[in-house]
Design a protein around this ligand. Structure first.
Ligand code: ZN
Ligand code: ZN
Length: 79
């Protein structure tokens, strides 16, 4: 029991030391889409539903993904 407590305490201190949350394995950072609303001066094609995007739409600042505003939340968070 005592050993267990010591280990837990040690893990906690180790965690503070490296500032990593306990149990979270660090992965390579994934790129996320960052959509902003735009007024397009010519019609574009929505990458998600393949319909035309007329004037108002969303475009990702990271990868230039273009879609309707209403399609935006159906696009997966990560690239
Ligand atoms: Zn993107
Ligand atoms: Zn769409």
């Amino acid at each position: 029991m005592l050993v267990c407590d010591v280990l837990t305490l040690w893990e906690w201190y180790a965690c503070l030391w490296c500032a990593d949350p306990v149990g979270v394995v660090e992965e390579a950072p994934k790129l996320k889409h960052r959509f902003r609303h735009y007024y397009f001066n010519r019609s574009r094609t929505c990458f998600l539903c393949k319909q035309k995007v007329l004037s108002q739409g969303s475009a990702c600042q990271v990868c230039r993904y273009i879609c309707h505003r209403q399609c935006e939340n159906q696009v997966s968070v990560y690239l």
